[in-house]
Design a protein around this ligand. Structure first.
Ligand code: UGA
Ligand code: MN
Length: 355
């Protein structure tokens, strides 16, 4: 039983009934550590709840966000350092590609990607589309600790100005119920554009599985703040588009409002690099389904300042297509040690198509 001064104080200042709860100094320390630990645990799990909220529960997450804000933390902002590696790049376009008008704004196309059997196919298709467009800088950011060799060769072969990054998603997000796909990649690319992009340039996020009409690039090239257009083959309405009246955006036609101010898909907008650089804190949150909205809000954009493209948002120039997933197989090579199938399998393995 405690005999120190605080025990005396306890005896003098509390009713008799509480005296049986007196603790030794050691017990008090244990109790204090326990309480502190519980407090820290509650704070950390609260933060986790915010991040794991499914898109439909966003309103709930917003309420919790306020509590996290009070502790100086913002939901969706990483709590651990992000790994970012520059692999290779090319500053000037190969002269064999389309003629370039050097005074025309550069479009920084940001493509997140990750290792799977379809990766090389997706990037080959997309990259070849991009070679038909002048003044493009393609930023390919892999959700991986290392850059894949076939992607490096593809980028070199295409001859487009490019930047190849390795930008793995922090493990903590990979374990979540709704994984924020492509966010670590885009955040790294954003940092790259802010450090290296020309002020007259334009930023455009283009996922590796989407389909794009090259006329879209000439639409977005004049973007000063943020421009928008419809995206086809997405969500319940088969389209996501700004609603335009008298040349101005007045709202959004999108099958998944989810409490978002900007109800748009990643492929549905472009940003003026100069405008973006002027903003105080540009970010993209690690919150699945709310990456676009979080990013556009961080640009301090008001709906009335959105530049309308694609013939007043009446044309489809980009589609949110998705590729069927293939299992990663191991081929049976028993009877093919002396024919082309053996070499074919080795090549497919190099492309990440089989184990
Ligand atoms: C939709 C939106 O179009 C994306 O912009 C958004 O990031 C995503 O939802 C989301 O909210 O999670 P969706 O077709 O459902 O896209 O997603 P994916 O195409 O599977 O992924 C989006 C991009 O992230 C792709 O370029 C993909 O290669 C990349 N990704 C995906 C990764 O880098 N890592 C992954 O683990 C998965
Ligand atoms: Mn996709």
């Amino acid at each position: 039983m405690a005999t120190d001064k605080s025990w005396q104080w306890w005896k003098e200042h509390t009713p008799q009934y509480f005296h049986k709860f007196a603790m030794s100094r050691r017990q008090r320390v244990i109790m204090a550590v326990f309480l502190l630990g519980s407090f820290v645990y509650i704070i950390l799990t609260q933060e986790r709840v915010v991040r794991t909220q499914g898109p439909t529960e966003f309103e709930l997450a917003l309420r919790k966000r306020r509590a996290v804000h009070m502790l100086g933390r913002v939901p969706g902002e990483p709590t651990h350092p992000e790994v970012r590696k520059f692999c290779s790049g090319l500053a000037k376009q190969n002269p064999n590609l389309v003629a370039e008008n050097e005074s025309s704004p550069v479009i920084y196309v940001v493509t997140p990607t990750y290792k799977r059997p379809e990766m090389v196919a997706e990037l080959t298709r997309l990259g070849q589309t991009l070679t038909m467009v002048q003044r493009i800088h393609w930023i390919v950011a892999e959700d991986s600790a290392t850059c894949s060799a076939p992607i490096t060769s593809l980028l070199k072969r295409l001859g487009l100005p490019y930047t190849h990054l390795a930008t793995p998603m922090p493990e903590i997000y990979r374990r979540e119920k709704f994984v924020p796909r492509g966010v670590s990649n885009r955040r790294a690319a954003l940092q790259w554009v802010q450090a290296n992009g020309e002020n007259t340039g334009v930023l455009f996020f283009l996922d590796d599985d989407n389909a794009v009409d090259i006329r879209l690039f000439e639409e977005m090239r004049s973007t000063k703040t943020v421009s928008m257009w419809p995206v086809g083959l997405i969500g319940e309405y088969t389209v996501s588009s700004p609603i335009v009246k008298e040349g101005k955006v007045v709202g959004f036609y999108d099958g998944w409002p989810a409490g978002r101010k900007f109800q748009v898909d990643m492929a549905g907008f472009a940003v003026g690099v100069g405008y973006m650089k002027k903003q105080r804190k540009v970010t993209m949150p690690y919150i699945a389904g709310h990456e676009e909205d979080g990013f556009l809000k961080s640009l301090n954009l008001s709906i009335s300042n959105i530049e309308v493209k694609a013939d007043r948002c009446t044309n489809i120039l980009v589609w949110h297509t998705r590729t069927a997933k293939n299992p990663i197989r191991t081929l049976n090579m028993e009877t093919h040690q002396n024919d082309n199938i053996k070499v074919l399998a080795d090549n497919m393995r190099h492309l990440g198509m089989i184990k």
